[in-house]
Design a protein around this ligand. Structure first.
Ligand SMILES: Nc1ncnc2c1ncn2[C@@H]1O[C@H](COP(=O)(O)OP(=O)(O)O)[C@@H](O)[C@H]1O
Ligand SMILES: O=C(OP(=O)(O)O)[C@H](O)COP(=O)(O)O
Length: 394
């Protein structure tokens, strides 16, 4: 059976809560890539045109402290949305519960939008606190799940709300992502190469287990690689590492054999800065006080050899800190190698990975650029995505 979509719902005059993924990359509080906002527009425009009262919700970044709150204020997204929708009234509500939020919702006219502050300002969000899900659900009549990048998270806003609102459906973005990713990997053509990089080690290392079963090669780059290097007993200096994942990395290394392809050299820096001194270090030989911020030239060649002849490529997580020009080469050259593969289905996913592909001029070269990183990986592994599973069948 197919899931209901926004087109199956009666929305005119109704208060419609839409969970979007507006977790956009920013520098000094300024949005550096608005792709996730732009990709959410088809659903939002449909609801506005059909005279719904639109309540948008999203998380932004990780929020653990008061300082994190200041860093991850969602208001910048409301400003961008208003620019993208000049004919529509967009307001921002700084409250995540209480009278101020309820008044903002009550003031909505048909075809107007309110964006609520970052859902992660509420401690109960990431724990899927039932009271919070029920409270947010009480603000609306209808729920639309359109946060593809977050559907692998069972949180109050992605699962708690639709648990309480039976009039629910998928938005156009989730529908499109599932179709595109399904086409790419339901029966992947081989050789199938998966590439994992980026910085979210603990939240993404688990997917490697399943990828090792499906793919012919799994390339590990970016910040993910140093936990593996340390697990091999190498010196990684001050590179990104998650020590509580060392045993898991060891286990993968033992069972994967040469299926797992790790960097052999790294562009290292003496500070996390564009002005840092740099040197290329062999893997496992990074001096104290230095950190790996990109894959090195020999690794680029190794990864190119690994990719040669691939018919399916799935990639999440940049190969280095591409936001700084000095450490963008590895990501750029891997993009280039993928773009030159003849007849391959190629998918890149993730907020930062999609931004990197765009910034480096390669976005058009991929078969599909997904807004979800962890979500696309879990979908392609065949895992159940809780944010989709909870949505009613047609
Ligand atoms: N060697 C590295 N050390 C630290 N951070 C890294 C390294 N390589 C890549 N990164 C960072 O990883 C981040 C993206 O990781 P992640 O969120 O997992 O990807 P995505 O958003 O594409 O899913 C980028 O901001 C990038 O700077
Ligand atoms: O950016 C996201 O995921 P991604 O880095 O896997 O693309 C989503 O917004 C989910 O964010 P989270 O990993 O903080 O839950």
């Amino acid at each position: 059976m197919a899931k209901r979509t926004v087109k199956d719902l009666e929305v005119s005059g109704k208060k419609v809560i839409v969970r979007c993924d507006f977790n956009v990359p920013r520098k000094d509080g300024v949005i550096t890539d608005d792709n996730r906002i732009v990709m959410a527009l088809p659903t939002i425009k449909y609801l506005v045109e059909n005279k719904a009262k639109v309540i948008l919700m999203s998380h932004l970044g990780k929020v653990k402290t008061e300082e994190d709150k200041a860093k991850n204020n969602l208001e910048c997204v409301a400003v961008r949305l208003q620019e993208l929708l000049p004919e529509t009234k967009v307001t921002f509500c700084p409250a995540t519960r209480g009278e101020e939020l309820e008044n903002a919702v009550a003031a909505l006219q048909d075809g107007e939008i309110v964006l609520m502050q970052n859902t992660r300002y509420e401690k109960g969000e990431s724990k899927n606190d039932p009271e919070l899900g029920a409270y947010w659900a009480s603000l609306g009549d209808v729920f639309v799940e359109d946060a593809f990048g977050s559907v692998h998270r069972a949180h109050a806003s992605t699962v708690g709300i639709p648990t309480n609102i039976k009039e629910n459906g998928l938005g156009f973005l989730v529908e499109k992502e599932v179709t595109m990713l399904g086409k790419a990997v339901d029966e992947p053509a081989h050789p199938f190469v998966a590439i994992i990089g980026g910085s979210k080690v603990s939240s993404k290392i688990d997917v490697i287990d399943n990828l090792l079963k499906k793919a012919d090669k799994v390339i590990i780059g970016g910040g993910m690689a140093y936990t593996f290097m340390k697990a091999q007993g190498g010196n990684i200096g001050t590179s990104l590492v998650e020590d509580d994942k060392l045993d898991l990395a060891k286990e993968y290394l033992e069972k994967a054999g040469d299926k797992l392809v790790l960097p052999v050299d790294n562009v290292c820096a003496d500070a996390f800065s564009e002005d840092a001194n740099t040197q290329v270090c062999k893997s496992g030989e990074i001096p104290e006080g230095w950190m790996g911020l990109d894959i090195g030239p020999a690794t680029v060649e190794l990864f190119k050899e690994t990719l040669a002849g691939a018919k399916t490529v799935v990639w999440n997580g940049p190969m280095g800190v591409f936001e700084m020009k000095k450490f963008a080469k590895g990501t750029e050259l891997v993009c280039q190698a993928i773009s030159e593969l003849p007849d391959a289905i190629t998918v890149i996913g993730g907020g930062d990975s999609a931004a990197a592909a765009k910034q480096l001029g390669y976005a058009e070269k991929f078969s599909h650029v997904s807004t979800g990183g962890g979500a696309s990986l879990e979908y392609m592994e065949g895992k159940t995505l809780p944010g989709i599973a909870i949505i009613s069948e047609k």
